[in-house]
Design a protein around this ligand. Structure first.
Ligand code: PMP
Length: 364
């Protein structure tokens, strides 16, 4: 039986043609040597323009470090900020790579669960209970992976208030899915200008631009931290290939058209999947407001809630789903959601239709 990969973190889109053309032109012009460590001025400027045009936020281009993917930006930032033993509070569920990135940087992960029954709304009281005067960092993923949660301006405002209450605290907002929001625009955490000496944003081209193999990301951080991150990049790996960055400039300049096209494809798929899930009462789910994942709550398919179920763990359910109907999903244990799985709907139409039929057959 063929396996349908619903577990992947990449979409079915090709990288945007404007990006691949710009890359080819840069190659034809022999733009193939070392570039500046901090990134091409053209790309840093295009990204600064993006925040100015889209959100009215003046970000100096010098405050943007171009990195080898968003994961690298996260690592550079965490390594620059954290001292051994520093606590990092993250809202669960979270992207599965965060715990290891935090550990590698000397930090200690503290998680605050968000409730799927409340659409993963920010639980401010719970969050406040986990913060101490020495907590170094609050890690926000907006939009969320795996949840697809987009934080409202009020929720962001509440987080910003925490920065005022806890003067030692920094916030890092990972906004890598921000171009793929279906209902409301994603507000960058950079909007809290007076607190910018403790705010950082990581973003990149892997998700909203379907350019995961290009390994292009960026970090916007307060200058003392950014300077350290730049030094580390210089020592460890040097700047990103200039011809790749030429592609990213074109993608950034054409972002609205690219995001419109991607969402025109994804939105009917999101709706089709949600409509099908409403017919599968054993599966719980929340409506993703952005990105291309749905989290499925499995309590209704596992013991003890379903006494006749052979499964106790999400891993067992996922393994049987793969064996019996050829659907591969991502169990949520290492994403802070032990009774849930993540599935993607960024697939060709006929593949998604087939996946829905198989899922229906498996759960009924
Ligand atoms: N942050 C989040 C929330 C992600 O989901 C991912 C990719 N899965 C990344 C960062 C890393 O992106 P990149 O491919 O640019 O390293």
């Amino acid at each position: 039986m063929d396996i349908i990969p619903l577990h992947l973190g990449v979409s079915h889109f090709h990288s945007p043609a404007v990006a691949t053309q710009a890359l080819q032109e840069a190659l034809a012009q022999h733009n193939t040597y070392y570039g500046p460590n901090e990134g091409l001025p053209e790309l840093r400027y295009a990204l600064a323009q993006r925040y100015l045009e889209d959100e009215g936020l003046p970000i100096p281009a010098e405050q943007i470090l171009i990195t080898h993917g968003a994961k690298h930006a996260l690592h550079l930032y965490l390594y620059s900020l954290l001292q051994p033993g520093d606590e990092v509070v993250a809202l669960a569920p979270y992207w599965f790579a965060f715990p290891e990135l935090i550990r590698q940087s000397g930090g200690k992960l503290v998680t605050v669960p968000a409730n799927p029954a409340q659409d993963y709304a920010l639980d401010l009281d719970l969050l406040r209970q986990k913060l101490t005067p020495t907590t170094r960092l609050l890690l926000l993923t907006n939009p969320g992976n795996p949840t697809g949660k987009v934080y409202s301006p009020t929720e962001l405002q509440h987080v910003a208030q925490l920065l005022e209450e806890f003067p030692n605290l920094h916030v890092l907002s990972d906004e890598i899915y921000d171009g793929l929001s279906y209902e409301a625009p994603v507000h960058s955490f950079l909007r809290f200008e007076p607190l910018r000496d403790r705010i950082a944003v990581v973003n990149g081209f892997s998700k909203s631009f379907a350019m995961s193999g290009w390994r292009l990301g960026y970090l916007i951080a307060p200058f003392p931290i950014l300077t350290k991150a730049m030094e580390l990049q210089q020592k460890w790996i040097s700047g990103v290939s200039p011809f790749l960055q030429a592609g990213a400039v074109a993608a950034t300049q054409h972002r609205h058209q690219i995001w419109r096209e991607f969402k025109q494809d994804l939105e009917p798929k999101r709706q089709r999947l949600l409509a099908a899930l409403r017919q599968m009462p054993k599966l719980g789910f929340t409506v993703p407001q952005a990105g291309y994942y749905v989290t499925l709550q499995l309590e209704g398919c596992l013991k003890p809630q379903d006494a006749s179920s052979p499964f106790q763990l999400a891993e067992e359910w996922a393994a049987a789903l793969k064996d019996q109907v050829g659907l591969e999903v991502l169990p949520g244990t290492n994403m802070g959601m032990p009774h849930a799985v993540r599935m993607s709907f960024a697939l060709p139409e006929e593949v998604l239709d087939s996946a829905i039929l198989r899922l229906k057959a498996f759960v009924s």
